[in-house]
Ligand binder design. Structure first.
Ligand code: FE
Length: 205
């Protein structure tokens, strides 16, 4: 890390990561190429997997029930691995809006949504969304009516949350892929809700 013309030493967690990585490579447990490959895969991933789960849940009430009961198993049912993590899916309803955060650092369902956005990792979001969620959501352009409760879910190293948004009206007859296309990363975090485009590109049932 270079700052003001001189290199800064690693912080505690960076040092731990580098030490562990180098040790694993040295012991032949993993190769540098495998690490680079896994990082490239993660960087290339978007929210498609999470969006696919939501679209399936919107179309299949039995899948939705399984997803709300056990998010990890429901992800794996669609072929998306969530190794060693408990995924909890929280459902938005007319009474409750959900939003996720990691107050400690940046825990996020990366295996389903890709890498978290910078703001998700920022101190202002992490601290403010738990204290004044309605204000923070309003800054994202999402005004939650006073009669709707806002629930904030704090992720950690073993447990990740994903929001199941409500299916907007006006999407009748949409295919699973078209429905998934309406579910953005921010909808799955809970700082936005799906919007019906004025004119869907191609409608088929
Ligand atoms: Fe975290």
């Amino acid at each position: 890390m270079k700052e003001a013309g001189r290199y800064q030493p690693y912080d505690y967690f960076q040092l731990m990561e580098v030490s562990l990585r180098e040790l694993l490579v040295e012991k032949g447990v993993i190769t540098e190429d495998a690490i680079a490959g896994a990082m490239a895969t993660m960087r290339a991933r978007g929210p498609e997997r999470g969006a696919a789960m939501v679209a399936r849940a919107w179309l299949d009430p039995a899948y939705k029930a399984r997803m709300l009961g056990n998010g990890s198993a429901a992800a794996e049912e669609l072929g998306f691995e969530v190794p060693g993590l408990k995924l909890i899916v929280v459902e938005n309803t007319a009474q409750t809006h959900n939003v996720i955060v990691c107050t400690l650092c940046s825990c996020y369902p990366r295996m389903l949504l890709g890498l978290p956005p910078e703001w998700y990792k920022s101190k202002p979001y992490r601290s403010r969304v738990v204290r004044e969620p309605r204000e923070v959501l309003a800054e994202f352009g999402l005004k939650v009516p006073p009669k709707v409760a806002v629930r904030v879910h704090d992720s950690n190293a073993d447990m990740r949350y994903m929001v199941l948004p409500m299916r907007p009206a006006g999407m009748d007859g949409w295919s699973e892929a078209q429905l998934a296309g309406a579910v953005t990363r921010d909808c799955l975090i809970g700082v936005a809700v799906p919007k019906v485009p004025q004119k869907p590109k191609s409608r088929k049932s």
